[in-house]
Design a protein. Structure first.
Length: 130
């Protein structure tokens, strides 16, 4: 932690944080001022997440967000287990609708998958604005 804080002071990095795998680390990261950014597993189905209850995770993400921390969502599609069009759309609407996730990462195997999720993300944003 000391090295990363020094690297930030020297403008080698812009921020430091954690990637959480478990509710205890997630809760600790929410309260620890060192954590400026957190990679958190989040989706509406509780797949491959720190807690099987999405509301529990969402509550901690809200705490992080309210503390000014940046949140990068992981496992938005549950490592590909959320794979039907309806479930993908529901997951994107859920995660984007939380209002606490600043960005998210998804793994892809083809450019078609990238194009598909970009369209679905745009549609989810439009849906949430209406």
């Amino acid at each position: 932690m000391e090295y990363l804080m020094k690297a930030k002071d020297e403008k080698i990095i812009r921020a430091h944080g954690t990637s959480c795998h478990g509710m205890d680390p997630l809760r600790t990261s929410a309260k620890n001022p060192f954590v400026e950014i957190d990679l958190a597993r989040v989706n509406p189905e509780g797949l491959i997440m720190d807690d099987k209850k999405p509301d529990e995770v969402a509550s901690v993400l809200e705490e992080m967000h309210n503390a000014g921390k940046g949140i990068i969502g992981m496992k938005i599609l549950g490592e590909g287990r959320i794979n039907t069009p309806e479930r993908k759309d529901a997951s994107l609407r859920y995660v984007l609708g939380l209002g606490t996730v600043d960005s998210f990462i998804i793994g892809f195997q083809s450019t078609d998958q990238v194009d598909d999720i970009l369209k679905r993300t745009g549609d989810a944003i439009t849906y949430l604005k209406s």
